[in-house]
Design a protein around this ligand. Structure first.
Ligand code: PMP
Length: 382
């Protein structure tokens, strides 16, 4: 047991600095961040490329209305569109994941003229009225009802139920290519293709919410590229500005046509787009998606080999890793923090989620594995 101070859930008091995959407390304690930054810092904390870009931009021009062309927004826009699958040629910036999904649902309605939304069980899309309506968990929704209407839920991963739910009343199917909050659920092969075929047939829009899966984490820039399926609308946020609050919606032309009126005051401001441009450029130039794939394979296989009977399954893609436990994930996350200075994140009751910055090295992955073995017991004990 360490003698540092923690608040409930094993959150250390007084995080004051970050560097790479590490966070440092006011007393100098080093924590390995495999969840504390929630997929928002793919390049690690305070990456110099992002820090420099933001500092320079904030000194030159912090804000001007988004109708004025600004270099940082144009650079970020070009980098974003170049990073997404071919055919997603137009984009809007916004301030968060929920706002990106809110726009996606609006755009799907305007492009199709239809209104119903098909979403999946165990989904999470955000906490504003529209995104929340497409989010599965009742406890997030009940106090705020009525939400935006017309959402039908189908079991995530079930091709037949999905195909059967989509018809000419459907404006959109919204899916996470791998579910994050719902427990790192990887759908069976062919599921995203089924979604593509069903929406094509019905003239509906296919929305992939890549807020948690995107920005190189799964081994490709976007998780849908692993499956070879291009949606009509792709939403992103979290890691897009390496920690600055920014999201985006990238769309095909047929979606963009009816969406021209969409805007927000802070849409793609100079400072956040300086961060977006620096983040995407660095991720691409330094090939971090490939590094994430390699580190993800290493971490997953080392974990599988080392941990004992308390682990049911290790699953995910790249550095989006879920460890399904036989005991409560909250307690394990707390023990990892307090005893091992490793900050992980639960995803549901029994899944521990590992979402480290993509700059993770083998020695860091080894530290995660050792910490898990200490907390959970090893194969040798079982
Ligand atoms: N979609 C997904 C898949 C998410 O994981 C989240 C956040 N956990 C959101 C949307 C909402 O993002 P934000 O908190 O930025 O609104």
């Amino acid at each position: 047991m360490s003698d540092h101070d923690f608040v409930s859930g094993g959150k250390p008091i007084g995080i004051e600095r970050g560097e790479g995959p590490f966070l440092y407390g006011t007393d100098g304690t080093e924590y390995l961040d495999v969840g504390a930054s929630y997929a928002c810092t793919p390049l690690g904390h305070s990456h110099p490329a992002v820090v420099d870009a933001v500092q320079e931009q904030v000194g030159d021009l912090t804000f001007v209305d988004s109708s004025y062309p600004v270099q940082s927004r144009e650079d970020a826009y070009a980098a974003l569109v170049a990073s997404t699958p071919a055919d997603l040629d137009q984009a809007w910036f916004c301030n968060s994941g929920t706002e990106a999904n809110e726009a996606a649902l609006k755009f799907a309605r305007s492009a199709t003229g239809a209104s119903t939304i098909v979403a999946a069980t165990r989904s999470f899309h955000g906490r504003t009225m529209g995104s929340l309506a497409a989010t599965w968990k009742d406890e997030y929704k009940k106090p705020f009802e009525p939400l935006a209407g017309d959402v039908e839920f189908v079991p995530y991963g079930d091709d037949e139920e999905l195909a059967a739910a989509v018809d000419d009343e459907t404006a959109a199917v919204i899916l996470e290519p791998i579910q994050g909050e719902g427990g790192i659920n990887v759908p069976p092969a062919g599921y995203l293709e089924t979604a593509r075929e069903a929406t094509d047939e019905a003239g509906a829009a296919l929305i992939f919410d890549e807020v948690q899966t995107g920005m190189g984490r799964t081994g490709s820039m976007w998780a849908c590229q692993n499956a070879g399926v291009t949606p009509d609308i792709l939403t992103t946020a979290k890691g897009l500005g390496n920690g600055l609050p920014v999201g985006a919606v990238a769309v095909r032309d047929w979606i963009a046509d009816g969406a021209a009126s969409h805007n927000a005051t802070f849409s793609g401001g100079p400072v956040v787009t300086a961060a977006v441009h620096a983040t995407i450029s660095t991720l691409v130039e330094e090939e971090y998606p490939a590094h994430a794939a390699e580190m993800g394979d290493y971490l997953t296989s080392e974990l599988e080999a080392a941990v004992g009977d308390d682990v049911r399954e290790v699953r995910g893609e790249g550095l989006l890793v879920g460890v399904e436990l036989k005991r409560g994930a909250n307690r394990v996350a707390r023990d990892l923090a307090i005893e091992q200075q490793v900050l992980a994140l639960p995803a549901g009751r029994t899944v521990l989620r590992l979402l480290p910055p993509l700059v993770l090295e083998r020695s860091d992955a080894d530290r995660v594995v050792d910490a898990m073995v200490d907390v959970l017991g090893s194969n040798d004990d079982s």
